[in-house]
Design a protein around this ligand. Structure first.
Ligand code: B4P
Length: 191
């Protein structure tokens, strides 16, 4: 059983790699971005709330995001482990996740950090914009999302490094190569 998460700037390959890693390990992948987008599409109350932040490239408020993740992690399918993609993104979310897990006597096993330079990320996301139709794949919004990553999410990485469960992985290169690096990094932390 593995409880893990993947953190990295927008466009670093979190979504791409989370699916591949969860398949290999037989655990469920949970992407907060995907849950928000599904809610936006379904025009739910949560979706309508989240949309205004996502369109601007801002983070959805912690209170909204934390509640959603708390609910999702209460489902039966996370019993065998999980891979969180895109959560936590703030220090308050790190605290919330620790609380959720501690209430069941659990903790995270490994945190994967994907590293890619900003200019490569902008190139990738502008490439995705041509097909995705995502309202947040616009150059100004992309640069704002990168700023938020540096100002709000790097602290998340620092906190997990202090706990000794961080595995840093170079996200540059072919998708298969990155997956192999991640699998090796997981072995390095949890054996
Ligand atoms: P996300 O859905 O997490 O969007 P993202 O950061 O852009 O990551 P994504 O998964 O899409 O990109 P990936 O790295 O896979 O979040 C969207 C929004 O939701 C946020 O801005 C925020 O508003 C809200 N949100 C989500 N979680 C939140 C939270 N916890 N708190 C508050 N708000 C939250 O990159 C994909 C692209 O890179 C693809 O085009 C892919 O083909 C390409 N790629 C991947 N690997 C590659 C490689 N090795 N080489 C070349 N290209 C590669």
């Amino acid at each position: 059983m593995t409880r893990m998460l993947i953190v990295g700037p927008p466009g670093s390959g979190k979504g791409t790699q989370a699916e591949r890693i969860s398949d290999r390990l037989g655990i469920v992948a949970i992407s907060t971005g995907d849950i928000f987008r599904a809610n936006v599409k379904g025009e739910t109350a949560l979706g309508l709330e989240a949309k205004k932040y996502m369109d601007a490239g801002d983070y959805v408020p912690d209170s909204v995001t934390n509640k959603m993740v708390r609910d999702r992690l209460s489902h039966e399918d996370v019993r065998d482990g999980f891979l969180l993609d895109g959560y936590p993104r703030t220090s308050a979310q790190v605290d919330e996740l620790a609380d959720i897990l501690a209430a069941e006597g659990k903790q995270l096993d490994v945190v994967l950090q994907l590293t890619v330079e900003d200019e490569e990320l902008v190139t990738r996301l502008l490439g995705r914009a041509k097909e995705s139709g995502r309202s947040d794949d616009d150059e100004n919004v992309i640069r704002h999302r990168l700023d938020l990553y540096h100002t709000q999410t790097e602290i998340v990485v620092t906190r997990y490094a202090e706990q000794g469960i961080l595995a840093k992985v170079d996200g540059l290169g072919a998708i298969n190569e990155v997956t192999d690096r991640i699998m090796a990094a997981i072995d390095g932390v949890i054996g």
